[in-house]
Design a protein around this ligand. Structure first.
Ligand code: CP
Length: 304
């Protein structure tokens, strides 16, 4: 699935469910009893895999899967299409991360159970976007009418691509893309924004724009997507958000980050009330609980 598989109205329903789960967790503790989630991760992950597993376990379901392609039969040459046909016999729903763009979509085409894209190469990361949208909506009460700065690796950062794609459906959004020239957001995205007349700017210096932002979405330079180490080393510390930079930001600007963090946010910013990235992680569990329930057609009172 991708965030755009849901209409704006369906997303609102998903987020309402996630917020209900947040305040009424006991109500959902057996909602997935007897159901199994498979996590098929061909690429490393901490948050996405464990938050999916936590989500299923918190609803009384079970989990199985692999966290590394090397420990699966992919290492013997098995295709994703064959693997998902097996997984469909073992589980009721699957979350898949893959280094190849489009692999979860290929799997979904061969699967008899719902397959959730948990990140595919440099392409998309839909459930991170659901996490980001729920965080924004929960902390600001709305999903439109703000200026969001996206900073760092906008070329390879799949979370950025998914978030832009999702936010462009809401009114009053202005994007400010902050990146070095080499890590600019791909042309297919800026071309799409131009066609839809959605306002955006591209700048190199964070200091020049931070005072305009309602949200600052920081990202890590994606070491694993670079073709050579030299370029990565040159660009990895291009942006470091520190107290001096934060002193120019609005008093209510929120800092988001999909995590993991490397150096791009100084650790002393964690104590700043505007740092929202660890709250974002918690919302990631609630929204994945809501997503699992929705895809398994939970109807409240009836077990999924
Ligand atoms: N945000 C995110 O995708 O983190 P992981 O790579 O740890 O899953």
């Amino acid at each position: 699935m991708s965030p755009l598989d849901f209409s704006v109205e369906e997303l609102e329903n998903l987020f309402d469910l996630a917020n209900d789960i947040e305040v009424n967790q006991d109500k959902y503790q057996d909602a997935c009893a007897g159901k199994i989630l498979a996590t098929c991760f061909y690429e490393p992950s901490t948050r996405t895999r464990l938050s999916f597993e936590s989500a299923m376990l918190r609803m009384g379901g079970s989990v199985l899967g692999f966290s590394d392609a090397g420990s699966s039969s992919a290492s013997k040459g098995e295709s994703v299409s064959d693997t998902i046909r097996m997984i469909s016999c073992y589980a009721n729903i699957c979350a898949m991360r893959h280094h190849k763009e489009g692999a979860p979509m290929v799997a979904a085409g061969k699967s008899s159970i719902p397959v959730i894209n948990a990140g595919d190469g440099g392409h998309q990361h839909p459930t991170q976007t659901l996490t980001d949208l729920l965080t924004i909506r929960s902390l600001k009460g709305r999903l439109g009418n703000f200026t969001i700065g996206l900073c760092g690796d906008l070329k390879f950062g799949r979370t950025v691509h998914s978030l832009i794609h999702a936010l462009e459906r809401y009114a009053g959004i202005k994007f400010i893309f902050i990146s070095p020239e080499e890590l600019r957001v791909p042309d297919y995205i800026t071309d799409s924004l131009k066609n839809k007349k959605i306002p955006f700017e591209e700048v190199i210096r964070l200091d020049d724009v931070i005072s305009q932002l309602d949200f600052l979405y920081m990202t890590r330079v994606q070491k694993e997507r670079f073709f050579n180490e030299e370029d990565y080393v040159r660009l990895k510390d291009f942006y470091i958000l520190d107290k001096a930079k934060m002193s120019n930001a609005k008093a209510d600007m929120l800092v988001l980050h999909p995590l993991p963090r490397v150096n791009e946010i100084a650790v002393d910013i964690d104590e700043d009330p505007r740092a929202a990235y660890f709250r974002q992680v918690q919302y990631g569990v609630y929204v994945r609980m809501a997503l699992i329930l929705t895809l398994l057609e939970y109807t409240g009172g009836i077990k999924c």
